[in-house]
Design a protein around this ligand. Structure first.
Ligand code: ZN
Length: 278
C-alpha cells in the first residue's frame, strides 16, 4: 500500500489465542461472542501483524512473538506460526539485515518476542542485526521492573540482549522517528504504550497497537482487561475514534485475525470498520 512517499506492508507472525474475557474486559460474553467466536477453552484467535514501512529508511513496527517460547507456553497460547515473520518478510521482499529501524509500540511478548531469536548455539541474539531498536524509555523501565500484574507479559530475553548488543535507542515522549513517522503515547494499556502515526502525501495511517487491537475494539468501552489503566484507554479512545472518523485515518489493527487495516466509519451512532482494499 502506497501512502505518499512511503510504502506500507502489513506482515504476519502467525496467530495466538487469548482468553476472550481478558480481551473484552467488562463486556459480557453474550455480547462479544457475536463478534469473536471462542474455542472450547474460551480463547479467541488473534493475529500478530507487524508493519513494514519503506521510506527514507526501512522500518518494522513490532515483530510478533517470535519463536523462543518453550512448547508448554506455546501450547497455552495456542500459537499457530505456520505463516510467520520470516515467511511474510520474504514475500514482501525484505531481509532481516535490511531493516534499519525496529520500533516498539510496547514490550509485551506478542509484540517484542520477535526482536530477538536463538542462534545455532541456543544463544539469544538480535533478530535484526543492523537495526537500531527504538523503545520508549518509560516502557523500558517498566518492562525491566515487572510486577505481579504484568510479569506474564514481559520477558527480559526479548529486549535485554538488544541493550547488551548496544542496539537500543531510547525515545522520550511523542517524537518523529523517521520523516513522516511519529509516535504518540496513549498510556492505558501500559503506562507508556504508544501508537504510530504515519503521514505522507496528505494522508494519515495509524498503527493502533493494543489501544485498538482488533476491529471489535473500536467501540470505546470495549477495552481489554489486560490494560493497567483502563480509564486512560477510555479517554484516549473516545478522542481518537472521533479524530479517526473525521480525518479518515487508515488504521492498522495489529491483532485482528481477518482485517489488517481499515477505516473507522460512523453511521448514526454505530461505529464500524470498512476494510481497506489494496
Ligand atoms: Zn500488549
Amino acid at each position: 500500500m502506497i501512502l505518499g512517499d512511503l510504502e506500507l506492508t502489513p506482515l504476519l507472525d502467525g496467530y495466538l489465542r487469548l482468553d476472550g474475557g481478558a480481551l473484552f474486559g467488562v463486556v459480557p460474553k453474550t455480547l462479544w461472542e457475536k463478534r469473536a467466536a471462542a474455542d472450547e477453552r474460551n480463547r479467541i484467535t488473534m493475529a500478530m501483524r507487524p508493519l513494514l514501512v519503506r521510506g527514507p529508511q526501512v522500518m518494522i513496527i513490532d515483530a510478533g512473538a517470535g519463536d523462543k517460547m518453550d512448547e508448554k507456553s506455546a501450547a497455552i497460547y495456542g500459537f499457530d506460526r505456520a505463516e510467520n515473520l520470516d515467511v511474510t518478510m520474504a514475500r514482501a521482499g525484505v531481509r532481516a539485515d535490511e531493516i534499519e529501524i525496529v520500533l516498539a509500540s510496547h514490550l509485551h511478548f506478542d509484540h517484542a518476542g520477535g526482536f530477538t531469536a536463538r542462534d545455532a548455539s541456543g544463544a539469544v541474539v538480535p533478530r535484526f542485526p543492523r537495526a537500531r531498536y527504538l523503545v520508549n524509555r518509560g516502557e523500558w523501565d517498566d518492562a525491566t521492573h515487572p510486577h505481579e500484574r504484568n510479569r506474564a507479559s514481559y520477558f527480559a530475553e526479548n529486549y535485554v540482549p538488544l541493550q547488551e548488543a548496544g542496539l537500543v535507542d531510547f525515545t522520550d515522549g511523542d517524537v518523529e522517528v523517521m520523516p513522516g513517522v511519529r509516535v504518540r503515547r496513549t498510556g492505558g494499556h501500559t503506562r507508556c504504550h504508544q501508537i504510530v502515526y504515519i503521514e505522507s502525501g496528505g494522508k494519515t495511517a495509524v498503527f493502533a497497537a493494543d489501544v485498538m487491537p482488533t476491529t471489535a475494539h473500536v467501540d470505546v468501552p470495549w477495552i481489554m482487561a489486560y490494560d493497567l489503566f483502563p480509564m486512560e484507554t477510555l479517554d484516549f479512545k473516545r478522542a481518537f475514534v472521533k479524530e479517526a472518523v473525521e480525518r479518515e485515518y487508515l488504521i492498522f489493527f495489529e491483532h485482528d485475525p481477518a482485517v489488517a487495516a481499515g477505516y473507522i466509519r460512523q453511521k448514526d451512532k454505530r461505529l464500524y470498520v470498512e476494510p481497506a482494499g489494496w
